[in-house]
Design a protein around this ligand. Structure first.
Ligand code: BES
Ligand code: ZN
Ligand code: ZN
Length: 464
């Protein structure tokens, strides 16, 4: 797909008409005969008048993204080489819909479906500095999301912690970011017994990846921490087979952080952004950590392991400690994790669970999520659920003593590793629902969606 920004459509191209609010204004009779009513995700092609009508039931940003995604899916099935879309005020949403809707993951198909290159003219009133910047930013954010989708969709034998560090290196080199990568030796030296235990039974050594984007005169310092479980078998508390499938996607939080750093650098935001990723594989074997073990995290807290499948919080505990020790004066600390099945049960597949101690901050982030076209809901902490993490023999237990409220108790576990000075600056995002879905939804394909990238970029752009 080749996107072109222009102020006039060329005469030969197929013209896309978005039918808003089901109000068809031209070619009414013909479209009626084709049974086209302007509904979402439907289209009608009028070859003679060279027009493609596409339904867009509402006029909000996300409906437009969806309509643009419908356009590219339809156009890919047609034998046309160029189309034009009147982008007007919705240039950003149209580009995102086209780029995200056009994504396919066919790396492992021996026969790829060959798509003919299409030129898409995006017609705006004036091609000036402002529209060019919107155009480039939207392409960069979309490409970052599609890169994240590729990472997540890649099978665990081809994407393990060392490969994740390699991917970080490529992003660092391309964008002139600073990169530090640590392994077990460092974990041992710094008393990071929690992350260390989770990866112990894997053939693939664990890594902690720290990327830094540091522009001159940054007005804020933001730290993003990601759960990068390149595979989660559950460990000795082994997952049943049906639940193990898709656990290659347990690296989605870490991959989102890679994508955000890539996007932020390309956009040239005036914010210092750090990405800290715990890249680990949770496996079984004679060397595996066990239920009943007591681990000591970097901040000295002891953790009684009652379930080795609650491993993400163990990895994040040490990553959060690392971030707060090694990065000074943080203004905002956000973590991203496919942390709990409970979050998916509670809010469904498409929605991120936002948690934290600062209600205002949670609500602000939720607003950015909505503005970006992603979905999120705030889940509130409470002191009664906090008590369910009590351990008789250690400072805290890695699972709660009740099976209810599992997304919140996991968030409360992480809260134990947040220093007092950062309690109100921290947000936890449970992306277990939207990160990987086994069917297409809107402009998201089967598999990885790239959840977290768009809403974070939106939030960072809104910071004054
Ligand atoms: N990676 C899983 C959570 C998950 C489940 C993500 C489904 C995406 C889809 C996590 O490590 C896990 O296994 N959590 C356990 C916690 C439990 C043992 C307290 C869970 O959710 O069952
Ligand atoms: Zn698990
Ligand atoms: Zn996990």
């Amino acid at each position: 797909m080749n996107l072109e920004l222009c102020d006039k459509k060329s005469s030969e191209t197929l013209e896309v008409i978005f039918v808003k609010n089901k109000k068809i204004k031209t070619n009414k009779k013909l479209l009626e005969n084709l049974n086209f009513k302007g509904e979402d995700e439907t289209s009608a092609l009028l070859l003679e008048s060279k027009k493609l009508y596409v339904g867009c039931e509402k006029n909000d940003g996300d409906s437009i993204r969806n309509a643009a995604s419908t356009v590219i899916k339809k156009v890919n099935s047609l034998n046309v080489s160029s189309i034009s879309i009147e982008a007007g005020e919705n240039l950003k949403e149209i580009i995102e819909g086209l780029e995200l809707g056009n994504y396919k993951f066919d790396t492992y198909k021996s026969k790829k479906d060959e798509r003919k290159e299409k030129t898409i003219e995006l017609v705006v009133k004036k091609v000036d500095e402002k529209t060019i910047k919107i155009f480039e930013d939207s392409v960069n954010v979309s490409n970052s999301i599609n890169m994240v989708r590729d990472f997540i969709n890649t099978p665990p034998e081809d994407f393990y912690p060392k490969i994740m560090a390699k991917a970080a290196k490529k992003i660092a080199l391309e964008n002139k970011l600073d990169l530090k990568v640590f392994d077990d030796e460092y974990f041992e030296e710094k008393g990071m017994g929690s992350i260390k235990a989770v990866g112990r039974a894997s053939r693939h050594g664990s890594r902690l990846i720290h990327l830094t984007y540091k522009p001159k005169n940054a007005k804020k310092k933001v730290v993003l921490v990601g759960k990068g479980l390149t595979y989660d078998s559950g460990g000795l508390s082994l997952k049943p087979s049906d639940f193990m499938v898709t656990m290659k996607a347990d690296k989605s939080g870490g991959c989102a952080v890679l994508g955000i750093l890539n996007a932020v650098a390309k956009l040239g935001l005036d914010i210092e952004v750090h990405g800290v990723i715990g890249a680990v594989e949770n496996m079984i074997g004679g060397d595996a950590y066990k239920p009943d073990d007591v681990l000591t995290a970097r901040n000295g807290k002891t953790i009684e392991v009652k379930n080795t499948d609650a491993e993400g919080r163990l990895v994040l505990a040490d990553c959060l400690c690392y971030a707060q020790d090694e990065i000074k004066d943080i203004d905002l600390l956000v973590d991203y994790a496919t942390l709990t099945g409970a979050c998916v049960v509670g809010v469904g597949h498409y929605t991120t669970g936002i948690m934290g101690n600062n209600i205002n901050l949670n609500n602000k982030l939720q607003q950015s999520v909505t503005d970006s076209g992603e979905l999120a809901t705030v889940l509130h902490f409470n002191k009664f659920l906090k008590k369910t993490l009590k351990s008789e023999i250690a400072d805290i237990c890695n699972i709660s003593n009740t099976r209810y409220g599992g997304a919140i108790t996991a968030g409360l576990f992480l809260n134990e590793f947040i220093k007092d000075e950062y309690k109100d600056k921290w947000i936890h995002c449970d992306i277990a629902g939207p990160a990987f879905v086994e069917h297409a939804w809107g402009y998201n394909p089967f598999g990885a969606s790239g959840a977290g990238v768009r809403f974070t970029v939106e939030y960072l752009q809104s910071l004054k």
